[in-house]
Design a protein around this ligand. Structure first.
Ligand SMILES: Nc1ncnc2c1ncn2[C@@H]1O[C@H](COP(=O)(O)OP(=O)(O)O)[C@@H](O)[C@H]1O
Ligand SMILES: [Mg+2]
Length: 255
């Protein structure tokens, strides 16, 4: 089996004395969609922050390849950060730049590409996410779903093998949400991009996730890890219940 992109070992996450989750252990494999699910406030977004170097573990390690993310020197960390893209809920586009300029920015900062090559690459990324005609648009002119796809285009600017998304379809209408699911599927199947995404949309989980990591809010640890269909039939009762919820979501919080 291919070496994992990320290995999480014995991870405990806390804010001061308040432990959010403990004893997390899992890998992120090349080319997989790994979905993180669990009730509101269980620590999904906090886990993403730990995975990308924004919040240090209270205990345990986050390895990117063989490198401990929180033991890396500044230079190593900067290099590691270029190997993944991030599009979080709060990861808005810069409103003072056009959509195209937003996507070109990481290329201008981190690659030797000249202006023309940056523009060409940025147009390619925008076409990839279905926004071929939005290069010169202002972010404010885009719909919510288009803005999320533009943020993903920017996250893909450096061709990372790994992409992190926090509730990408939150607040979107069903059509935009379906387009995002298709985009994520395309990234995995045609580009081989691994995606770690927080989602509690059952439709997306079953359509997209190769594996599901379930964080339990009460026991404060992971209670399941595996393909959603396996967990639906053989997972712990709490996870089966979560996966069997009917179409009316009872939880819409994205805290
Ligand atoms: N900046 C913070 N300071 C203190 N506690 C926080 C902070 N951010 C989140 N928390 C707490 O950590 C827990 C997990 O939050 P979060 O990761 O946002 O949950 P989720 O994304 O699963 O809804 C919650 O109980 C929340 O109150
Ligand atoms: Mg969250």
């Amino acid at each position: 089996m291919a070496a994992p992109l990320i290995r999480v070992q014995g991870l405990t996450m806390a804010f001061g004395d308040n432990v959010v989750q403990r004893d997390l252990a899992f890998d992120v494999l090349p080319g997989e969609v790994l979905a993180i699910a669990g009730g509101s406030g269980c620590g999904k977004s906090t886990l993403l922050r730990h995975l990308i170097g924004l919040q240090a573990p209270a205990a345990g390690q986050v390895l990117h390849g063989t490198q401990d993310l929180y033991a890396a020197d500044a230079q190593t960390l900067a290099t590691l950060r270029q190997r993944f893209g991030v599009a979080f809920q709060a990861g808005a586009l810069w409103s003072s730049m056009t959509v195209g300029e937003n996507v070109m920015l990481p290329m201008q900062l981190f690659t030797p590409l000249d202006a023309q090559a940056c523009e060409q690459a940025a147009r390619f990324k925008l076409a990839l996410v279905g926004l071929a005609n939005s290069f010169d648009a202002e972010p404010a002119q885009l719909s919510g779903g288009m803005r999320k796809r533009a943020a993903i285009a920017r996250a893909l600017a450096l061709d990372p093998p790994l992409l992190f998304l926090d509730e990408p379809s939150a607040g979107l209408d069903p059509l935009s949400s379906a387009q995002l699911d298709e985009l994520i599927q395309h990234l995995r199947d045609d580009l081989g991009t691994a995606v770690v995404m927080v989602s509690h949309e059952l439709g997306s989980l079953f359509a997209l996730a190769d594996r599901l990591l379930f964080l339990d809010a009460h026991t404060k640890t992971m209670t399941a890890l595996g393909p959603p269909d396996d967990l639906l039939h053989h997972g712990p009762p709490g996870v089966q219940a979560f996966l069997r919820r009917d179409a009316t979501p009872t939880e819409t919080s994205t805290a």
